[in-house]
Design a protein. Structure first.
Length: 534
């Protein structure tokens, strides 16, 4: 089957510089709608590793946007093209000499995953019965671990654990070269999950501990990746850490039904060497400060609930999920569900297209049940200002797509005021006055979004503070747009690990040249407009 992807996986990603390195040379790819997931670990020091990773990301996405060939052929060719683009760039630019990367790329089509792997990043498959590594580490230490000559924990502590004998970019490669791309094909059952990571996680956290974290947060992909990055940092954070996670619809339910601890059959069937590793991993978990902090927090919450009960206080109303959809749902209009919602509730959108303006109350989440398959758009011949989503105060806006018609140039995609709002995995495209507007807003996070704009800035900020803009893709799709970001009276703004395509040098407006350079220092800029898979 030569499909272009999938939309049935819920996914999230996170990347962090760690506690030791000053810059982050990792790049994640997390596109659940098109079924493309990857972790790319740049090698080269200073900015060169970041450049190699950014080139690999762009070239692979360009190739995978063309559904020609089998999934294995597409994956193999995407990595080979990325390899040759990196090699050519390093030859042409002396400052990039020797830059390479290692990567793991997964393409999901229907219920099959095709993996292309080079180096020592990893992909794990998780099911209720346990966790399994699908790739092999292309390193001396990794080979010994895979051959069971040394244990996982011994490999993690080995002084040569960072050496690899395969990379992307050190020499010209053909897609059919032996010993270059490791191809792995597997199924994704309805109760399975995939976890891709760089060695910044796998060198610090054993697989048994990774599994426990995933089980604890199953059903909330962002919580999974955030917790794993925190665990790696808590263990020392010796390297950049990147995690991409995708789970099938029944995974969380199956995990809950099976219990949150490792299944008894799995424990009883392991070899003595594996049992030793589990024991070591358990001691590792006990020794982490985060574990004790979490335990104390749970006890504190339990004590508070007991106190409230003894004092006769009324319990808070439980959070509700208000489902919006064309048939069979409690609501057919988003506005009606939002009006009925109270703080802590989730307005969940079924796949489909909705043509309405939506105001989300403080503390209410607006979430697509299937990320990328729910579209909010403007009606035909929209006139005047039209704000598709207006939100105030805390909560999430996640997984939706917002578009505008060609004649609707006064549209604002999302307008935010108040504090503690998160915008995650949202796609915005079309003619807009601004895709996202933040006015008198604070503690706002915009993460994992793709914004393709014509006619106005991707994000406009006025009188804001404590805003984080991370892991997004900004694409200029037209002429006459000078900047991606417009900042006015914006304090404590962090702009990091974003990809900007086609904007030229003046990406940020409203700040000095020195401030602009500082804000963009941890981002990736592509001068020409990249191809975006649609």
């Amino acid at each position: 089957m030569n499909g272009v992807g999938t939309s049935w996986l819920a996914a999230a990603c996170q990347t962090d510089a760690g506690r030791v390195r000053r810059n982050n040379e990792d790049v994640p790819v997390c596109d659940a709608e098109r079924g493309v997931f990857a972790v790319i670990d740049g090698v080269g020091g200073q900015s060169a590793g970041e450049v190699a990773a950014a080139i690999a990301r762009r070239v692979m996405l360009d190739r995978l946007a063309r559904p020609l060939g089998t999934p294995a052929e597409r994956v193999c060719e995407a990595i080979a093209l990325a390899n040759n683009a990196i090699f050519k760039s390093s030859e042409e630019s002396p400052e990039y000499e020797g830059m390479t990367c290692v990567l793991t790329l997964a393409l999901v089509v229907d219920d099959r995953v095709t993996i292309g792997h080079v180096g020592d990043s990893r992909i794990y498959k998780l099911r209720p019965a346990g966790i399994r590594k699908l790739t092999h580490d292309h390193s001396p230490v990794g080979e010994r671990e895979d051959a069971r000559e040394i244990t996982e924990l011994e490999a993690m502590r080995h002084p040569r654990r960072n050496e690899v004998f395969r990379d992307v970019g050190s020499d010209y490669r053909d897609k059919d070269d032996d010993g270059f791309v490791e191809i792995v094909e597997d199924t994704i059952e309805s109760d399975a999950a995939l976890l891709l990571c760089t060695d910044g996680l796998s060198d610090m956290v054993p697989s048994s501990a990774i599994e426990r974290v995933v089980r604890q947060h199953a059903g909330d992909p962002q919580a999974v990746v955030d917790a794993l990055v925190s665990a790696a940092n808590d263990a020392g954070g010796d390297d950049n850490i990147t995690v991409v996670y995708a789970e099938a619809p029944e995974f969380a339910r199956a995990i809950r039904a099976n219990g949150t601890s490792m299944p008894r059959a799995t424990v009883s069937s392991v070899t003595p060497a594996v049992t030793g590793r589990l024991s070591d991993a358990w001691h590792w978990i006990i020794g982490r400060r985060a574990t004790w902090f979490m335990s104390g927090s749970i006890l504190g919450v339990a004590a508070a609930l007991l106190l409230a009960w003894r004092l006769g206080g009324a319990a808070a109303a439980p959070a509700r999920t208000l489902v919006v959809g064309a048939t069979g749902a409690a609501f057919t209009r988003i506005a009606d569900a939002a009006s009925a919602a109270r703080a802590g509730d989730v307005v969940q959108l079924e796949p489909g297209t909705y043509t309405e303006q939506v105001t989300i109350p403080d503390g209410v989440d607006l979430v697509a049940r299937v990320p990328g398959k729910t579209t909010l758009t403007t009606p035909e011949h929209t006139t005047g200002d039209w704000r598709v989503v207006i939100a105030s105060g805390g909560g999430r806006i996640a997984g939706i797509r917002i578009t505008s018609k060609p004649d609707a140039r006064q549209v604002v995609g999302i307008e935010i005021s108040g504090a503690d709002r998160r915008i995650e995995l949202v796609d915005l495209d079309g003619p807009m006055r601004a895709a996202i507007v933040l006015t008198s807003a604070s503690a706002v996070t915009i993460r994992g979004c793709t914004i393709t704009t014509v006619g106005g800035p991707a994000i406009a900020m006025e009188a804001t503070n404590d805003v984080v803009i991370a892991n997004n893709t900004f694409v200029r799709a037209g002429s006459g747009l000078e900047s991606a970001l417009s900042l006015k009276d914006a304090a404590r703004t962090v702009i990091t690990r974003n990809l900007f395509g086609g904007y030229g040098a003046d990406i940020v407006r409203g700040v000095s040249a020195d401030e602009r350079a500082q804000l963009l220092s941890g981002n990736f800029v592509v001068a020409s407009e990249p191809t975006v898979a649609r």
